[in-house]
Write a protein that binds this ligand. Structure first.
Ligand SMILES: O=C[C@H](O)COP(=O)(O)O
Length: 253
């Protein structure tokens, strides 16, 4: 049975007080309302990792996540954050290859390979994002493109290493647009990705890999999305900034 995961990606939102208030609300609601088999993760801005982490550590089994890290271990990279730094403040998951980082910061599959390596070397789990633009979908190249993102950034890993990777399929045309992929479109891509993983690592590894959906997921569509056999949860942007919406999504399994 693979792990169900709902991860909130706060992106570049919230002041410190707002971040702590949101965390407390989520902690209380998860404790009161969520059954034990869903792993909840909050991926917060770097500057809040320590303070949010303290609240999570003492009061919940919610995991702490970051949204990026540098590909090198340390050195003269002004303004950057290393995997070891993230690990040292209790980070358990790191989002890598989000389309916003690919688009605005030029992150390539090759660069992401190094980021995946350093996150795993530091004992954390990458949430590896993949997804196509609307144009690529309309050209009919979306399956090949998304599979090649996995091939180029992940398929050098050993099966043991790959077992610590979480995949997030995020069609770029659905991110923050209010336009969700249909549950059929999500299931179709997730099934392709699982088959692609099986072709490299075998069925047992593929069956054990959590593949999350991201892109305008909300309390109104999460139940149908999570009801698909190859959708193991969600990477939630906008709706993770409101505790009630985030909780209702978590409870959609
Ligand atoms: O990481 C989250 C995704 O980019 C989805 O964002 P969204 O739920 O605001 O569309």
């Amino acid at each position: 049975m693979r792990q169900k995961i709902v991860a909130g990606n706060w992106k570049m939102n919230k002041t410190r007080d707002e971040a702590l208030a949101l965390t407390s609300e989520i902690v209380n609601m998860v404790r009161d309302e969520v059954r034990g088999d869903v792993q909840v993760v909050v991926c917060v801005p770097f500057v809040y990792l320590t303070s949010v982490g303290k609240l999570l550590e003492t009061q919940s089994n919610i995991s702490l996540g970051a949204q990026n890290c540098h590909q090198k271990a340390s050195g003269a990279f002004t303004g950057e954050i290393s995997a070891a730094m993230l690990q040292s403040v209790g980070t358990q998951y790191v989002i890598l290859g989000h389309s916003e980082r690919r688009q605005y910061f030029g992150e390539s599959n090759e660069l992401l390979k190094d980021k995946v390596n350093i996150v795993l070397e530091n004992g954390m789990k990458p949430i590896f994002c993949c997804g196509e633009t609307l144009e690529q979908r309309e050209q009919g190249i979306h399956f090949d493109l998304v599979c090649s993102q996995l091939t180029e950034s992940l398929f050098h890993l050993t099966p043991e290493q790959f077992a610590n990777v979480v995949i997030a399929y995020e069609p770029i045309w659905a991110i923050g647009t209010g336009k969700t992929a249909t549950s059929d479109q999500a299931q179709e891509m997730h099934a392709k990705l699982r088959a692609h993983i099986a072709s490299k690592y075998g069925a047992a590894v593929a069956d054990a890999t959590s593949i999350l959906y991201g892109g305008s997921a909300n309390p109104g569509n999460a139940r149908e999305l999570f009801g698909q056999s190859d959708v193991d949860g969600g990477l939630i942007g906008g709706a993770s900034l409101k505790s009630r919406d985030f909780l209702d999504i978590i409870k959609s399994f």
